[in-house]
Design a binder for this molecule. Structure first.
Ligand code: GLU
Length: 493
């Protein structure tokens, strides 16, 4: 049997370090055994998936050297590898489940489902679908479909007994069927849900080992049941421990930068990031701290994964990166990497027009433009002293801008200008005042190139990280303040 593994990201945001971590372990496992590693794009959530996010995921995995054998860009014999191009396949499979009596059409309105949920919560029952439409006659179903009634397809779940989930890294897990909801398989928009698409694709793409994050364990019973309904063999399931912040909470961008692009923009070496991710819950047989991707592949053993939550600590990554820089790059290679990072013509050509008008002699460039080649800026509370704004005002402007820009994909100059003008308007502040803390956060001084241009050049990851850093310099946000401000913020956006 040829081992086939996959990583199946949903293109709904920035490329996440968690995706790279899962990709790495899938790749190392498959390559170690001479198998194949596949990239599949799970873009069935049409409202949230974007082509930009997909491209960013592909680019960042490639930057890390985590190359796949089959995928949407390289093709392969089991394609297409983008779920939005496979809807007909899911429709047929959903129809097969309906014909075999394993799934049913459900016409319940969201009002009915909300009321049901509220009632179940009030009675301290596990919320879930009550089977209202499970036994409609074929004729009634057809009539209602013909009449154009909105509907979904749900899977049937046994009413008693339990499901045994076998996991490569764990003892068997028993989950009562009563805890499992009658999952929607096809949504009202005709798209499948994750569960149906994922199982159908894993089977049709010949995936032998499903190595994915621990957060999917609770979905395993539904998947196991779908394999049984279709009469297919199960792949081996292996749920990896989730990455954690140093305070042990689940890795989140509130506490740690999670976008791979951030690490690229900050100037980490891809080898060091891969090396660090390889140490998340895993170690080399000789316990070496520093190892290459190839060394990891050669020595990979999935059973060496330990389940204690691995901590993703940016400081440790920085330390490891320093080791790579000093010990593994010749001066020539070092110079070449630095050039690729930010001292390249493409990057300089974005900065040149911004500084050309503002200098008299070339030696004015470095002080004016150094923030374009920096990471977090060395700023303190004093930098935020202003004639009318209090520090709390500055913090509020920074935090509100950050929240707004966290959901923004379009970092073009004009769009940023429109957003920030709009924000200053609704907060009742003069644009000049509103821009002051942004200048400090982004450039370290308010005598600088336009903040909109600067953010466009720096890009979303570094711009957001600097805003977050500035909020922290001003004392950060307590839980209480976060709650209050989030409420205020939601009131105007
Ligand atoms: N699309 C899912 C995700 O974004 C894939 C989970 C899985 O690997 O089954 O994580």
């Amino acid at each position: 049997m040829t081992v086939r593994t996959r990583v199946a990201p949903s293109p709904t945001g920035d490329p996440h370090v968690g995706t790279a971590y899962i990709a790495l372990f899938n790749m190392a496992f498959a390559r170690n055994l001479g198998g194949q590693f596949i990239l599949r794009i799970e873009d069935t959530d049409q409202a949230r998936s974007t082509p930009e996010s997909e491209q960013a995921i592909l680019d960042s995995l490639k930057w890390l050297g985590l190359n796949w054998d089959e995928g949407p860009d390289v093709g392969g014999e089991f394609g297409p590898y983008r779920q939005s191009e496979r809807t007909e396949i899911y429709r047929q499979h959903s129809q097969q489940l309906i014909d075999d009596g394993h799934a049913f059409h459900c016409f319940c309105t969201s009002e009915r489902l909300d009321a049901l949920r509220a009632e179940q919560m009030a009675n301290k029952q596990t919320p879930g679908y009550d089977g209202h439409c499970a036994h409609l006659s074929k004729e009634e179903v057809q009539q209602r479909i013909d009449a154009g009634e909105t509907h979904v397809v749900r899977m049937k779940i046994p009413s008693e007994g339990s499901c045994t989930v076998k996991d490569f890294l764990r003892d068997d897990i028993e989950i009562d069927w009563q805890q499992v909801d009658m999952q929607v398989l096809m949504k009202a928009d005709g798209m499948p849900t994750y569960h149906l698409a994922n199982v159908v694709d894993d089977h049709l793409m010949g995936i032998t080992h499903v190595i994915r994050g621990e957060e999917w364990i609770n979905s395993a019973p539904k998947h196991i049941l779908l394999y049984q309904y279709f009469g297919w063999d199960m792949p081996v399931l292996c749920h990896m421990p989730l990455l954690r912040n140093p305070d042990k909470s689940k890795l989140s961008k509130r506490k740690n930068p999670t976008s791979i692009n951030y690490y690229k923009r900050m100037g980490y070496l891809p080898e060091a990031v891969v090396n660090y991710l390889g140490r998340m819950g895993w170690s080399m047989p000789n316990e070496a701290e520093k190892f290459t991707l190839q060394e990891m592949i050669d020595n990979f053993d999935l059973s060496r994964v330990s389940l204690g939550g691995p901590i993703f600590d940016v400081e440790k990554l920085g330390w490891l990166n320093g080791g790579w820089l000093r010990e593994d790059l010749s001066v020539d290679e070092f110079a070449e990497r630095v050039k690729q990072w930010a001292f390249n013509p493409d990057y300089f050509m974005q900065i040149a027009p911004l500084i050309k008008e503002r200098i008299e002699i070339f030696s004015d460039i470095a002080p004016l433009a150094s923030f374009f080649c920096a990471g977090m800026l060395d700023i303190s509370e004093q930098h935020f002293e202003h004639k009318t704004l209090e520090q709390e005002d500055c913090k509020r402007i920074l935090q509100f801008t950050l929240w707004r820009l966290e959901t923004e994909q379009d970092f073009s100059r004009d769009n940023l200008e429109a957003i920030i003008k709009h924000m200053s308007g609704i907060m009742g502040l003069k644009i000049r005042d509103y821009l002051f803390p942004l200048f400090i956060a982004i450039a370290g001084t308010n005598v600088s190139t336009s903040v909109f241009d600067s953010m466009t050049v720096l890009g979303p990851d570094l711009s957001r990280a600097r805003l977050r850093h500035a909020v922290n310099v001003l004392g950060g946000l307590s839980k209480k303040q976060t709650k209050k401000w989030e409420k205020d913020y939601r009131a105007f956006v």
